[in-house]
Write a protein that binds this ligand. Structure first.
Ligand SMILES: C[S@@+](CC[C@H](N)C(=O)[O-])C[C@H]1O[C@@H](n2cnc3c(N)ncnc32)[C@H](O)[C@@H]1O
Length: 226
């Protein structure tokens, strides 16, 4: 598929999944006890030292892909430590520094790490990192109804996801994903939510650029802790 030829999401689901409430409540009442992967634990431990010594705000860019948004956020927030996390070594290790706007290359406040967020989120929540802003930009949508538990709001780690950040921003080209996430947050409680179209001049991630080039609308959900 070439750039500008991205297909809109097709799903066999018409509205909020009818099992969403049951799934979220199950995850709220059970502790997620799967052991941490050694790799993610080692990555977390190294960053944990730095975060504890860092005297400023921390921004988490979850599912950062090649880290373009991580770099843009770091440039916009030079006082912050901006941590991009993705499970794909291929994406994290791709040196986009060479291909992007040179003002985004080699920023001192960017950290890009390969880790599994199912583990990383639990470690961050447990360590109570002082995350100011938490981004989840264009998560994999898993549009088939039977895959609801692969979406972040259907996952066992949702309680920890929602525990991280004073402000949580998600973006997607599939509005139902964001509406479901907002509904899941409502079951948990404690957030004000805002849902709108993305109107930034410049796309902040490669997926956003791809969807816009294909004429698709991108949406944004912002949860602010009350
Ligand atoms: C659709 S891509 C979006 C990447 C980037 N945010 C963008 O908009 O260009 C979703 C990303 O989520 C990452 N991802 C999915 N599950 C993950 C997990 N459990 N832990 C860490 N990253 C994950 C994938 O590797 C992929 O890079």
């Amino acid at each position: 598929m070439s750039f500008g030829d991205s297909k809109a999401i097709v799903s066999n689901q018409e509205g909020i999944h009818d099992k969403l409430e049951e799934i979220v409540k199950k995850h709220l009442s059970h502790t997620f006890e799967k052991p941490y992967s050694q790799h993610t634990l080692a990555v977390f431990n190294a960053l944990d030292k730095e975060v504890k010594q860092f005297d400023g705000e921390v921004i988490l860019d979850a599912c950062c892909g090649v880290g373009q948004s991580t770099r843009i956020l770091a440039k916009r927030n030079p006082q912050a430590l901006v941590i991009g996390v993705d499970k794909s070594a291929h994406r994290i290790e791709r040196n986009v520094d060479e291909h992007i706007d040179t003002s985004l290359a080699n920023l001192p406040n960017v950290r890009l790490v390969r880790a599994d967020l199912n583990d990383f989120y639990r470690l961050v929540a447990q360590a109570n990192w002082p995350i100011k802003q938490h981004y989840i930009l264009y998560p994999n949508p898993w549009p088939k109804a039977k895959h609801i538990q692969r979406r972040w709001h259907g996952s066992a780690v949702l309680p920890q996801i929602l525990a991280i950040g004073e402000r949580i921003e998600l973006r997607s080209n599939w509005p139902l994903y964001l509406q479901e996430f907002a509904k899941a947050a409502e079951f948990v409680g404690g957030f004000e939510t805002e849902f709108k179209q993305v109107i930034d001049d410049e796309p902040i991630t490669p997926f956003e650029a791809k969807y816009r080039a294909s004429g698709q609308t991108c949406f944004q959900l912002v949860l602010s802790r009350q």
